[in-house]
Design a protein around this ligand. Structure first.
Ligand code: ZN
Length: 242
């Protein structure tokens, strides 16, 4: 197991693209894994190769570290989940206090499959964009869940994986800021133009923060985060000279 090798859970969205940049900045060899789980916004999977190609072209310092991409067929998840992300179900708050977009077990399976790939490829570090700061309440995005998975995976595979979640304690505006810190305006531009977040797969409406319907919970989070990030970047007005 190699300490310089990392695997990023890379969906093609804003968060996982920022995680990919974070990993490329830190590790010598970074592979990516994506999952086709029957998501309605499967368009995000089409974004993945474009994002990788642009990062490779525009960031010569990171390009040599960018390794293989893995796309895993997990359509079986769509068969066993009745959720607004995998079926034509209204996005709303469920009786259990969780939005209907919650796909039970999704991150648990993603991490398990990622670890199985990492095991085979001698990769020690696994990076995911889970965040419990401004999340939708998904219990599998919580830090406790990820830490428990790290223990379970290491016990079950007799390994020493380290699970990293660089976005866990920051909000969406900080995630925009992190992208800017890592890759400046060039990376922010790739995130706006090439990543996909919208739950209903809208890529026809282009906003200042990227493509999307503008009203689903994922678009709202992304838009509000971008607004706050932009406001923070506006320099303070010069004090009045008397
Ligand atoms: Zn949307």
């Amino acid at each position: 197991m190699n300490d310089d090798r990392a695997l990023v859970l890379f969906s093609g969205g804003q968060d996982s693209t920022t995680c990919l940049a974070w990993a490329l900045d830190l590790f010598e060899h970074v592979e990516t894994v994506g999952f086709d789980y029957g998501q309605r916004h499967v368009v995000e999977l089409d974004c993945r190769p474009n994002i990788r190609a642009k990062i490779e072209a525009e960031f010569p310092a990171w390009a040599p570290a960018l390794g293989e991409d893995h796309l895993i067929d997990l359509k079986v998840m769509g068969q066993i989940s009745d959720t607004a992300l995998t079926k034509e179900i209204e996005i709303e708050m469920g009786e259990n206090g969780l939005p209907t977009t919650f796909v039970p077990g999704r991150n648990l399976l993603f991490l398990t499959f990622a670890a199985a790939i990492a095991y085979r490829r001698g990769i020690k570090h696994i990076i995911g964009g889970m965040c419990e700061t401004d999340f939708s309440g998904y219990p599998d995005c919580r830090d406790d869940t990820v830490k428990a998975m790290q223990v379970a995976l290491n016990l079950g595979m007799d390994s020493r994986f380290v699970l990293h979640t660089p976005l866990m304690w920051i909000d969406k505006s900080d995630t925009w800021q992190l992208a800017s810190d890592l890759g400046d305006d060039a990376l922010v531009e790739i995130i706006i133009e090439d990543t996909h977040t919208c739950y209903v797969a809208d890529r026809t409406n282009r906003h200042s923060w990227g493509y999307g319907c503008g009203t689903c919970p994922a678009c709202e989070l992304r838009r509000n985060g971008h607004e706050n990030y932009r406001q923070r970047r506006v320099p303070l007005p010069a004090p009045d000279l008397v």
